[in-house]
Design a binder for this molecule. Structure first.
Ligand SMILES: [Zn+2]
Length: 271
């Protein structure tokens, strides 16, 4: 008998996140292991478990003839693969349901899921197709933004922010953290400093936005609302509170000079 352990909790957490985001179960596909439904359920969830989206073994793909119309399009894994959740969650789903499905030590921790979900929110873009059923999508990090739900290609200039943070004086390292900008998007304290995290321990002073982006007179600008030491390093100018700075390709902006303070490198994507 399986007693609850941290590894089974990690499996359950991965299943919950997958179901919450994709409206389907990661292990319930077409495969039948036993004529006895109870025995089949135990095998499907346990020793014979196979990810419905396994890249090389397609034998457990959902059979679309068996699904209810209300379960579409989410039951269609070809149309909406788990990769629509973006690059950070993609890696964790693979560890949970491919590499770690029968090797519990490889399963992601709750903290890894939290970090990936936070970073994924910053890759969200509104779809430019007003008739799109999903309205928002996660940018896939490929520099060619396309809505995976309706196929609409992003048109126009789109700033992508690559975040670096200070580890000691003048030593900036990449955080593997990107932000896709959209108009009226806010930044928060956890964007300005890597030591701040938007979890249950977040202090009240860190809950207010630090500034926002807006597409203004055909230019992308950032309006600084609360950052006392913000600096435009490209122009070597301070960006005082309540002033704006234009966002252009290659621009370097320092959000905070504290330990863990972030430096932003702007990359312009032309859609
Ligand atoms: Zn769309």
């Amino acid at each position: 008998k399986n007693l609850p352990r941290i590894e089974t909790d990690r499996h359950a957490l991965a299943v919950l996140i997958y179901m919450y985001l994709l409206y389907r179960h990661p292990l319930r596909g077409r495969k039948v292991h036993d004529v006895d439904p109870q025995r089949d359920e135990i095998l499907t969830m346990g020793e014979k478990a196979l990810f419905i989206e396994h890249p090389t073994d397609a034998s457990n793909r959902p059979n679309l003839n068996d699904v209810k119309p209300s379960e579409l399009p989410w039951a269609d894994v070809e149309k909406i693969p788990y990769t629509v959740c973006g690059p950070y969650l993609k890696i964790l789903f693979e560890r949970a349901f491919i590499e770690g499905l029968h090797e519990p030590a490889k399963r992601p921790t709750a903290d890894e899921w939290e970090q990936a979900l936070i970073k994924t929110v910053d890759l969200m873009q509104p779809c430019q197709n007003p008739k799109c059923e999903q309205k928002w999508f996660v940018f896939d990090n490929t520099l060619k933004p396309v809505c995976p739900f309706c196929g609409t290609v992003y048109k126009g200039q789109l700033p992508v922010l690559n975040l670096y943070s200070a580890r000691g004086k003048d030593n900036y390292l990449p955080d593997n953290y990107r932000i896709m900008v959209y108009s009226n998007q806010y930044l928060y304290a956890w964007h300005a400093n890597r030591n701040v995290s938007p979890n249950e321990k977040l202090a009240d002073i860190h809950k207010k936005p630090i500034g926002y982006f807006v597409f203004h007179q055909n230019k992308w600008v950032f309006v600084n609302q609360t950052l006392p030491k913000m600096k435009d390093l490209t122009e070597d100018k301070d960006v005082p509170i309540n002033s704006m700075v234009e966002i252009t390709d290659g621009k370097k902006l320092l959000l905070s000079d504290e330990d863990g303070g972030r430096l932003v490198l702007v990359q312009m994507v032309n859609g």
